[in-house]
Design a binder for this molecule. Structure first.
Ligand code: ASP
Length: 420
């Protein structure tokens, strides 16, 4: 059976089984006895994934950049990548903006605030803070606290300066990091084989812990975010791929399916990154140079789903509170949603935490984020999948422009058996 079919079955059976527990009244029992066990395995799987993220990002970025013969061609790839990332994120925000104004899910809604644990993740205080965080004060501190933007900044900086030393030293550096990357990739392939079980435990545990009742008062809001994400996922992004490369979005989706389903289940772009990179190379035929540069960067800064969600959620809260949004404030929301998504970490709930910045920018009360906390996890799963999908689309466009795509693998032939 194909890997993505296995993951899909795991996901579906977790949802059905979770629903069944609710229907036959076994929910309490499941929560008491089953959830801790499922949670344990789910955490085990997540930890395995996050354990290899930093080595993969550092080694692949250094190999991708320093393995390059000239810094100039990397500059071209970098520029294309950043431009696409900005364009796709902007389109995502506009889709969300349009739908939330059309459906107006918050008008007339009566929603209670629940406790919001957003302080625990430590949101930056302001835009200034967000920008300053790019440069690590201490690289070991950044590594220990999983600060991906700072880690990427240091690595790219380091890699760029490798061009100032003698060719021989540069080759030694690439050889060293390449060797580590090979080992880490082998570890990744092993962890990927556990994905169906990990996904099952994550989703079943989530359903047991959340239940379905939290969704009712927020149904309209939920549907708005979901509809906007669906439009961006199934229409806007595939359209961008089709007009720029004429490659099939369906084929790409099928190649990247294990990564997309894992993104949905883990709600973390970072945790999914090892899978995204392995699928890109072995199932979609994307050249190492492109995928090792575009994907780690994308998992950290390109978050279409998050940007869209920020925009919808803030306008929704303003609608519920009857808070008037002037044109200037609406533009502020669009602009800050884009920036905040760039700064958000690829971990669960990061988008909700970062929303505080937009609330401050437009003058909404911070406690009001508590209003949407109850349904955040499921929306997080959907927006993370969109985030990863956007990275995949950008990577494929870049690979086509750079002529670094193996079309046989992309079209489903010669796919590596270990990750079929
Ligand atoms: N969980 C998302 C991600 O990892 C970020 C977010 O919370 O929006 O991509």
């Amino acid at each position: 059976m194909k890997l993505h079919t296995k993951i899909f079955i795991a996901l579906l059976s977790a949802i059905l089984l979770g629903a069944l527990f609710q229907i036959v009244g076994l929910h309490e029992w499941g929560l008491a006895y089953l959830a801790p066990l499922l949670g344990l395995f789910a955490q085990f799987f997540l930890r395995l994934l996050s354990m290899i993220v930093i080595p993969i990002v550092i080694c692949s970025l250094i190999c991708g950049i320093v393995g390059e013969s000239r810094l100039g061609s990397l500059g071209r790839l970098g520029l294309r990548t950043v431009l696409f990332y900005l364009l796709s994120t902007f389109l995502a925000v506009m889709t969300g903006f349009f739908l939330v104004n059309l459906i107006q899910p918050g008008v007339g809604a009566n929603i209670e605030f629940t406790e919001s644990p957003h302080q625990t993740i430590g949101a930056p205080d302001s835009m200034r803070d967000l920008i300053l965080r790019i440069v690590p004060k201490n690289i070991f501190d950044a590594l220990a606290s999983f600060d991906m933007i700072a880690i990427i900044f240091f690595t790219v900086f380091f890699a760029a300066f490798c061009f100032t030393v003698a060719q021989e030293s540069r080759e030694r550096i690439v050889g060293f990091f390449n060797a580590i990357l090979e080992v880490v990739m082998a570890m990744t392939l092993f962890i990927i084989s556990l994905a169906p079980y990990g996904v099952f435990c994550l989703v079943m545990n989530l359903i047991l812990e959340t239940g379905f009742s939290a969704f009712l008062p927020l149904a309209k809001y939920f549907v708005t975010v979901f509809a906007a994400l669906t439009i961006h996922f199934t229409l806007v992004l595939p359209f961008l791929l089709k007009i720029t490369t004429s490659l099939s979005p369906q084929k790409l989706a099928s190649a990247m399916a294990p990564a997309l389903l894992t993104a949905f289940s883990t709600a973390s772009s970072n945790a999914t990154l090892p899978l995204t990179m392995a699928c890109a190379e072995r199932r979609a035929g994307i050249g190492k140079r492109v995928n090792s540069f575009v994907l780690p960067l994308g998992a950290t800064v390109n978050m279409d789903g998050t940007a869209l969600y920020e925009c919808v959620a803030v306008i929704f809260v303003a609608q519920v509170l009857g808070y008037e949004l002037t044109l200037a404030k609406q533009l502020t929301i669009i602009f800050t949603s884009l920036l905040v998504s760039i700064g958000a970490a690829g971990i669960p709930h990061a988008g909700l935490v970062m929303m505080v910045i937009i609330f401050k920018a437009v003058g909404l009360p911070l406690e009001a984020t508590g209003m949407i906390w109850a349904v955040d996890r499921v929306l997080d799963m959907a927006r993370t999948m969109t985030n990863v999908w956007s990275d995949c689309i950008c990577m494929t466009i870049a690979a086509k422009f750079e002529n670094e795509i193996d079309l046989e693998i992309f079209n489903g032939k010669n796919v590596d058996v270990s990750i079929k």
